[in-house]
Ligand binder design. Structure first.
Ligand SMILES: NC(=O)c1ccc[n+]([C@@H]2O[C@H](COP(=O)([O-])OP(=O)(O)OC[C@H]3O[C@@H](n4cnc5c(N)ncnc54)[C@H](OP(=O)(O)O)[C@@H]3O)[C@@H](O)[C@H]2O)c1
Length: 335
């Protein structure tokens, strides 16, 4: 089968198209014929070597973290799925590789594709929706009438996080360029701040939750718009020692991450804010909950561009530009 791979860590270089064997499934895995793959900045960050410390991969490696497709084989112990099921997934770390014809995925990381979505729309969902779910539901326990600040509302995570927060009954503030305001109002955002012209710190006050996806300076400013007892979740760093412990990283990684995050943890503590770093993880059960919200039209996919499979490198470059509106998807097969 065809697969887009990296042979060495390289920030600027392209993924290499290679012929590789179709994966052989284990008893608890399903083989998915890939119809579409979502493209994520995580693919770029792994390609450049930026994630070596927390996700040490052996190379060569097929990239790609999101998939929608059809099950063509099931392992002997698979209970929830059968051949022919249309599914989607964010395969677990160390089991990625959706820029290819087929992928073997543990059944616990798979969910049935929402019936009302195309393959391309479904492939845009798993990684960003699980990120939003794990931040807002699992960590922040976001409740009705709370106020949440979701940065970069027009991005892949932002477009889904806004809809999830509105579904949970929260008031949502977000930053974006003015040209995205119409789309963000449609998604339900209540307070829109043009990050190119306005300073969110002078507009927002007494927020309960912030979802930080920008740089450390923005994270520091975000702490100051929160009230004591609030929750700050960063998906763009700095990772903490607690995070290193949670993923079972070696002691030296824990030490490095404790040092890197010392400043922000100290500032958060002084303000009475609970700071955590989130690196989302695969979870088929949560994805099945997300499917329900999509079928109820509480969450709609936002797909900016669909590229053909042979233009996977162009798709990745478009994501790396940092200006996608919603998600970028690669189409492998027509349904
Ligand atoms: N830790 C995790 O588990 C996890 C999971 C998912 C993502 N992430 C990380 O979270 C970050 C966001 O990911 P993403 O996929 O949502 O990114 P994305 O889709 O590439 O974000 C692009 C969007 O961000 C907007 N934007 C750019 N700079 C901005 C700023 N300073 N303020 C507000 N909006 C801005 C752009 O709008 P304009 O074009 O109008 O500028 C564009 O629409 C990335 O660093 C990604 O790696 C982490």
């Amino acid at each position: 089968m065809k697969a887009f791979r990296i042979n060495k860590y390289d920030k600027k270089g392209d993924l290499q198209l290679a012929d590789v064997p179709v994966p052989i499934i284990k008893d608890n895995e399903v083989l998915v014929e890939i119809h579409a793959s979502g493209v994520n900045l995580l693919d770029s960050k792994i390609k450049s070597g930026e994630f070596k410390l927390i996700l040490p991969y052996k190379l060569p490696l097929t990239l790609g973290h999101d998939v929608a497709g059809v099950i063509t084989q099931v392992g002997g112990q698979v209970k929830k799925f059968k051949v022919g099921d249309e599914v989607y997934s964010r395969p677990a770390d160390h089991h990625i590789g959706t820029f290819a014809d087929y992928i073997a995925i543990n059944e616990k990381d798979v969910a049935l594709k929402p019936k009302n979505l195309t393959m391309e729309e479904a492939a845009s969902i798993p990684l960003v929706a699980l990120t939003a779910w794990q931040a807002l539901v699992e960590i922040a326990h976001l409740k009705k009438d709370q106020k949440v600040f979701i940065q970069a509302g027009s991005g892949g995570v932002g477009t889904i996080a806004i809809q999830l927060a509105k579904h949970l009954g929260a008031t949502v503030a977000t930053t974006a360029s003015e040209k995205s305001f119409g789309m963000l109002k449609n998604l339900g955002a209540d307070v829109l701040i043009d990050y190119k012209k306005e300073d969110f710190e002078s507009i927002l006050k007494d927020y309960d939750v912030v979802l930080n996806s920008q740089d450390n300076k923005t994270l520091e400013k975000s702490l100051r718009i929160l009230k004591p007892g609030a929750t700050a979740i960063s998906i763009s760093g700095p990772p903490t020692g607690d995070f290193a412990k949670a993923i079972g990283a070696p002691w030296f990684v824990k030490l490095i991450l404790s040092l890197i995050s010392y400043g922000i943890r100290k500032k958060a503590k002084k303000l009475g804010i609970d700071y955590s770093f989130l690196l989302m993880r695969a979870d088929g059960r949560q994805l099945q909950e997300i499917s329900k919200l999509i079928e109820q039209i509480a969450i709609k996919p936002v797909v900016d561009k669909v590229f053909p499979f042979d233009q996977t490198n162009e798709a990745l470059k478009y994501v790396e530009s940092g200006h996608a509106k919603g998600k970028v998807v690669v189409r492998k097969r027509e349904r």
